[in-house]
Design a protein around this ligand. Structure first.
Ligand code: GKR
Ligand code: MG
Length: 435
C-alpha cells in the first residue's frame, strides 16, 4: 500500500434498470422495470470500490449530492464518510413512496444514503489489504450463507404497454420463466421451480395480496408439498390486530415466523403477546430509533436486517449484536436487487454469528440479468463466500452500459407498485390494514 494514493479521486453513480416480473404485494404490483444505482468509488492505482442501492429519483439526487463531497476521503475513514454524508444532506428526510420498509426520518435517510458508500469503502479496504469484506466484519463464521425461496403471487405477464400502460415506457423483452400464481396450486408450483433450480431450504410467501383465508390455504398447501421446510408468511401489514391473531392461531405449527402481520409497534406487540410463533419485521423496527420501543414492548422476535437502510454492513453487524443482547433473532430483508447487493449480503451473512434464519433474496426474480462479470451463484440454497478480496465481485462494463441505457429509455423514475396496479384496476388503493 506504501506509495499508493488510496484517497478517493472520483465517485461515479450509474442508475440502471432491469426487467422485473409482475409480482404482487400489499402495495400493488411490481412495475416492468426495477431501478437500482451502482456506486463506484475510484481511488489511486485504479482501484474501484463497488456499492449498490435504490435507483429512485429522490434517492439518486441525495446520492449525488453526498457523492460530490467525497473526493480526498481515505476509504478506511468511514466515520469521516458518515460526517460528510450528514453534512451534505443537512437533515433531509426523504420517504420512500412504497412504504414496504416502514416510516422515514432524517436519520434513516442519512443511513440509506451512507450505505452504498460504506459498502464501496469496505470493498476498497478489502482490495487494499487483500482480504474479503467478511474479514473486516470480524471474520467468517460460515462459508456458505443460506437464503430462502421467495414465493410471490404473480400475474402471468405485464399487460401490454398500450393505452395507459404506456406511462411506464417500452416493456422489457420477455424473459420471465414464472407462470401466473394466484392460488395455492400456483404457489406450490412456483416454490417447486425455485427449489429445483436453487435448492432453497426454506420458503417465504409474500402475502397481503388475497384475503387471509386464501393465503392460509396456500401455506397449508406448501406444508403438504414440502413437509420438512421451514415456512414464513409476510403480508406487509395488510391485517388488523384481530385478523393477525386469527391467522396466527390458524397457522400454529406451520410457520417458523410470521412477518409484519399488522402495522406499527403497538399493534405488533399485541399480536406478539398472543401469537404462538415469533413475529419478524422489516416494517416496524427499521431504524435505531425503533429499537428501544420495539424491543421493550416485545413487538418482534426477529429483525430482518437490511444493510441498504440500516447504514451499511458494519452498522448491520451492530444491529445484530443489539438483537443478540435482547434475545431477538436476525434474518435479512430484500428488495429487488442485483449482484453487488447479493455479494454484500453474503459477506455480511458470513460474518454474523447472530444470523439465525436463512436470508431473503429477490435474486431469482432478476431472471439472470446482472451488472457483474461473474454473479455469485445460489446452489444448495446458499451462496458460498467468494475467494477474492473485497466483495469478491467485479463489474461487467458492457452490462452496466446496457442497463443504464434501459434506465434512460424506461419512463419509470420511482418505484410505485400502487400507481402501476391502478393503471389496470382503476379503483385499487393501498390500505393497511386491508383485512
Ligand atoms: O418486492 O414486493 C416486494 C416485497 O414486498 C418487498 O418490497 C418488501 O420490502 O420483501 C420485502 C418484505 O419483506 O417486506
Ligand atoms: Mg417483510
Amino acid at each position: 500500500m506504501k506509495g499508493t494514493d488510496i484517497r478517493i479521486r472520483e465517485v461515479v453513480i450509474t442508475p440502471v434498470a432491469f426487467p422485473d416480473p409482475p409480482i404482487l404485494n400489499s402495495a400493488g404490483v411490481h412495475q416492468p422495470w426495477a431501478l437500482r444505482a451502482i456506486v463506484e468509488l475510484r481511488c489511486g492505482d485504479g482501484l474501484i470500490g463497488l456499492g449498490e442501492t435504490y435507483g429512485d429519483a429522490p434517492h439518486l439526487e441525495l446520492l449525488r449530492s453526498a457523492g460530490a463531497t467525497l473526493a480526498g476521503l481515505d476509504p478506511f475513514d468511514t466515520n469521516g464518510l458518515w460526517r460528510r454524508v450528514c453534512e451534505a444532506l443537512g437533515g433531509t428526510d426523504s420517504p420512500d413512496r412504497h412504504g414496504l420498509t416502514g416510516g422515514s426520518s432524517p436519520q434513516k435517510t442519512a443511513l440509506r444514503v451512507f450505505s452504498p458508500f460504506e459498502v464501496a469503502c469496505l470493498d476498497l479496504q478489502g482490495h487494499l489489504i487483500g482480504r474479503p469484506v467478511a474479514d473486516l466484519l470480524g471474520g467468517a463464521v460460515r462459508d456458505r450463507v443460506p437464503f430462502s425461496a421467495y414465493v410471490f403471487y404473480k400475474w402471468d405477464a405485464h399487460p401490454p404497454a398500450d393505452g395507459p400502460a404506456s406511462l411506464v415506457g417500452a416493456l422489457p423483452p420477455v424473459d420471465d420463466p414464472y407462470p401466473e400464481a394466484i392460488d395455492p396450486a400456483g404457489i406450490v408450483a412456483q416454490a417447486h421451480r425455485l427449489i429445483d433450480q436453487y435448492g432453497f431450504g426454506s420458503i417465504k410467501l409474500k402475502g397481503g395480496v388475497f384475503p387471509p383465508d386464501e393465503e392460509i390455504a396456500a401455506i397449508r398447501a406448501l406444508r403438504e408439498a414440502f413437509p420438512g421446510l421451514p415456512l414464513r408468511l409476510d403480508p406487509n401489514a395488510a391485517w388488523s390486530v384481530e385478523t393477525s391473531l386469527r391467522v396466527a392461531e390458524e397457522t400454529d405449527g406451520l410457520l417458523e415466523y410470521l412477518e409484519d402481520p399488522t402495522p406499527g409497534i403497538p399493534g405488533m406487540a399485541v399480536v406478539a403477546a398472543q401469537a404462538p410463533m415469533p413475529l419478524a419485521t422489516n416494517m416496524c423496527v427499521v431504524s435505531p430509533d425503533d429499537i428501544a420501543p420495539g424491543f421493550t414492548q416485545g413487538a418482534v422476535g426477529v429483525v430482518l436486517a437490511d444493510h441498504h437502510y440500516w447504514g451499511g454492513l458494519r452498522r448491520s453487524a451492530e444491529l445484530a449484536a443489539i438483537c443478540r443482547t435482547w434475545g431477538v433473532g436476525v434474518s435479512m430483508h430484500s428488495n429487488s436487487h442485483l449482484g453487488i447487493s447479493l455479494a454484500a449480503m453474503t459477506q455480511l451473512g458470513a460474518a454474523l454469528p447472530e444470523l439465525t434464519y436463512a436470508a431473503d433474496t429477490h435474486t431469482p426474480w432478476q431472471c439472470g440479468v446482472d451488472v457483474l462479470e461473474r454473479p455469485l451463484p445460489i446452489t444448495g440454497g446458499a451462496v458460498a463466500l467468494p475467494d477474492g478480496p473485497g466483495l469478491g465481485v467485479s463489474l461487467d462494463r458492457d452490462a452496466l452500459a446496457r442497463m443504464h441505457e434501459n434506465f434512460v429509455r424506461c419512463a419509470i423514475r420511482e418505484r410505485d407498485d400502487t400507481s402501476y396496479r391502478r393503471i389496470f384496476e382503476p379503483g385499487y388503493t393501498k390500505r393497511r390494514p386491508r383485512w
